[in-house]
Design a protein around this ligand. Structure first.
Ligand code: SF4
Length: 644
């Protein structure tokens, strides 16, 4: 295989004219960073295992690119999975997958860091490694191969990918990535074995090295426990967090081609205190930490100077819960008024205050306004802990239409625990009621678009015990919606049940799923998140070849005392809290926003010392008075290697 960057570049020039959107594969964009390859100690490829068009909007990788490249001794470059036409051209030309900045083959990097925000990227991860000429299985890699790491929300259940990834980052990457670089540098100078590197990584807070553990199962095929193979391997593996969000990246790379979000992403807050029981992100990203208004406004100003973008996204899981949201919106409107800057505030709560906020953003677009009731009956909303009344929803809808928005997008899920067909039917009724309010105010211009996805009981949530709907159940519920939710001004979008099944298998799987992932990939599965490429047959054949029943992972109600295959990963939200919350849901009991009352979910004892060291208003959990030890002390990296 060709391995010299100049040769790769020259062959690319011959290939690219016949490829769709060559701008995906050239690099050279405004603000990319190209360092002297020979002048650094560690070279990291940051990889999003899907198209460039999607990966360029991944905030996590933009943050790591910024942080890593600030270090003189490190270079970070980017790579994405090529679309099928480019993959065929690369394979035909004997070219390996390369980084966009320097065109070095991925196999020449020290570390390959994959971003796995969702599970349908797993086969693409294998395909990317294959295109790079790197053994897919961690056990087959030697010291000559790059270290393969992965992080992102999907890795809170890393087991279905345990065979392919050398080390997972559990939690937030900003600090841990630098510890990993330090450990790698210390190892590279030591001449020690690859196993030594893996054992040293396992001692870093927030790093999980699956090869240091063995999984055991019960006779009924349920998961029994994970056995440590090395005494120093941690158990549980506690997620890493940063006590204060570091400054947001503002020197963002500006693509030449259209990407999913052509905007400046500024994270205003991390974590959520609402406690929606289906929400994976809300449970795993606790505690809430906020940025100051001043920091956000300065970041927008800097990013505008560096990029020339015309849109800013003020990102968080629940923007209207940001403590200083009104102040922020006023400050942004005043500072950038007349600059034709469009500001988006995604994830707003269902209340008139949210409409006031959008209204205050002078240049905000008036075409679509999005709300996510998630369920259409008050009973169902209490079960999922999103207790908003139908009355409140209709009032908010009226406020939206009367302030100039014509299309209201409403997000729902079907398949919630204890859902009946009446609850599904109620989605159509509610959409029609909202449309009727709009028609009264703005006539036929009023529209409602209902986006209906299917609930998946995700790990680490209070619903992790419940089964997922079967394909037949989903189809029956979708048929009700397709029948009832139609007519002028109404639009319905839904997911294919097969897509839901795949996400459910992968998010709830154990180690045995890794072989299914491999077999599905061998049978042609890739780009699973793309409907026109998704090969359900390849997955079914994959299950069959391994002798596993897919329904075992998705359609079984788990007893309350079942041990989950992801229990060694600690989000710091205690299982006892999740169990109690699940039992509360069965009784229709709700929890209020935990900023108003702390429910002792487990975050505070784990991060007591971090919280104590960072007093003030950044954290939204209560102050910790007494000194308590954190679950794991962070071990300085020099001691990590020295301790071998
Ligand atoms: S410790 Fe209390 S305030 Fe903090 S996230 Fe948990 S329940 Fe909420």
């Amino acid at each position: 295989m060709v391995s010299h960057p100049a040769e790769i570049q020259s062959r690319l020039e011959r290939i690219l004219p016949s490829i769709q959107k060559p701008g995906r594969y050239t690099g050279g964009e405004l603000n990319q960073i190209v360092k002297d390859w020979e002048a650094v100690q560690t070279r990291i490829a940051l990889i999003f295992p899907d198209l460039y068009d999607l990966g360029m909007s991944n905030l996590g990788l933009a943050i790591l690119y910024d942080i890593l490249n600030q270090r003189q001794d490190v270079l970070a470059e980017r790579a994405y999975t090529p679309w099928t036409d480019m993959e065929a051209a690369l394979r035909a030309a004997g070219l390996p997958l390369y980084s966009l900045e320097s065109k070095h083959p991925l196999s020449g990097f020290d570390i390959l860091a994959f971003s796995l925000p969702y599970e349908t990227l797993y086969t693409n991860t294998l395909n990317t490694l294959d295109l790079a000429g790197i053994p897919l299985f961690s056990a087959e890699r030697t010291s000559q191969h790059p270290l393969v790491i992965a992080g992102g929300h999907a890795t809170y259940n890393p087991e279905p990918m345990h065979a392919f990834i050398d080390a997972f980052v559990i939690g937030e990457g900003e600090e841990v990535i630098l510890d990993i670089v330090d450990a790698h540098q210390a190892w590279a100078h030591s001449g020690a074995s690859r196993r030594t590197l893996l054992e040293s990584l396992a001692r870093i807070w927030g790093v999980y090295v699956p090869s240091l553990y063995e999984a055991h199962y019960n006779l009924d095929d349920t998961f029994s426990h994970l056995e440590k193979l090395v005494e120093s391997a941690p158990y549980p593996i506690v997620k890493r967090i940063v006590p204060k969000l570091p400054p947001p990246p503002t020197n963002l790379i500006v693509p030449y081609i259209d990407t999913v979000h052509n905007r400046i992403p500024i994270e205003i807050m991390r974590g959520c205190t609402r406690g929606c029981r289906f929400c994976h992100a809300g449970m795993i990203t606790r505690p809430v930490r906020e940025r100051s208004v001043e920091e956000v406004v300065t970041a927008i100003e800097d990013a505008l100077k560096h990029t020339g973008y015309e849109e800013v996204g003020l990102l968080s899981l629940s923007s209207s819960d940001y403590t200083y949201i009104l102040e922020l919106v006023k400050a942004v409107s005043t500072k950038f008024s007349g600059k034709h800057l469009s500001i988006s505030l995604p994830s707003l709560r269902i209340e008139s205050f949210s409409v006031d906020l959008m209204d205050a953003l002078q240049d905000s677009r008036r075409s679509g306004f999005t709300l996510a009731p998630e369920a259409a009956t008050e009973r169902m909303r209490e079960i999922i802990n999103k207790p908003v009344s139908t009355q409140q929803l209709l009032e908010t809808a009226r406020a939206i239409y009367s302030r100039g928005w014509s299309n209201l997008k409403l997000y729902f899920m079907i398949g919630h625990p204890s859902e009946t067909l009446e609850d599904v039917q109620a989605i159509a009724d509610l959409c029609k009621a909202v449309l009727a309010e709009g028609r009264k105010l703005i006539g036929k211009r009023a529209q409602v678009t209902a986006g209906v996805s299917t609930f998946i009981p995700k790990p680490h949530t209070p619903f992790q015990w419940v089964p997922c709907d079967t394909i037949d159940q989903i189809l029956a519920k979708q048929a009700i919606l397709k029948d009832r939710l139609r007519g002028p001004g109404l639009k319905l979008n839904w997911n294919r049940p097969e897509d839901t099944m795949l996400e459910a298998w992968l998010s709830r799987g154990d180690r045995r799923m890794a072989e299914v992932v491999y077999q599905a990939w061998k049978r042609g599965a890739k780009f699973d998140a793309w409907s026109d490429h998704f090969r359900y047959d390849a997955w079914q054949d994959g299950f069959q070849s391994v002798g596993l029943d897919p329904a075992f992972y998705t359609h079984r109600e788990r007893p309350i005392d079942e041990t989950f295959p992801w229990e060694h990963i600690s989000t710091s939200v205690r299982k006892k809290f999740l169990t109690e919350d699940y039992l509360w849901s069965l009784q229709g009991r709700t929890r209020i926003d935990c900023r108003e009352r702390c429910f002792a979910c487990g975050i505070l004892p784990t991060f007591a010392e971090l919280r104590r060291q960072n007093p003030g208003e950044v954290w939204q959990c209560p102050e910790v008075k007494s000194k308590r030890l954190p679950v794991r002390d962070l071990i300085p990296v020099d001691q990590v290697i020295a301790g071998d």
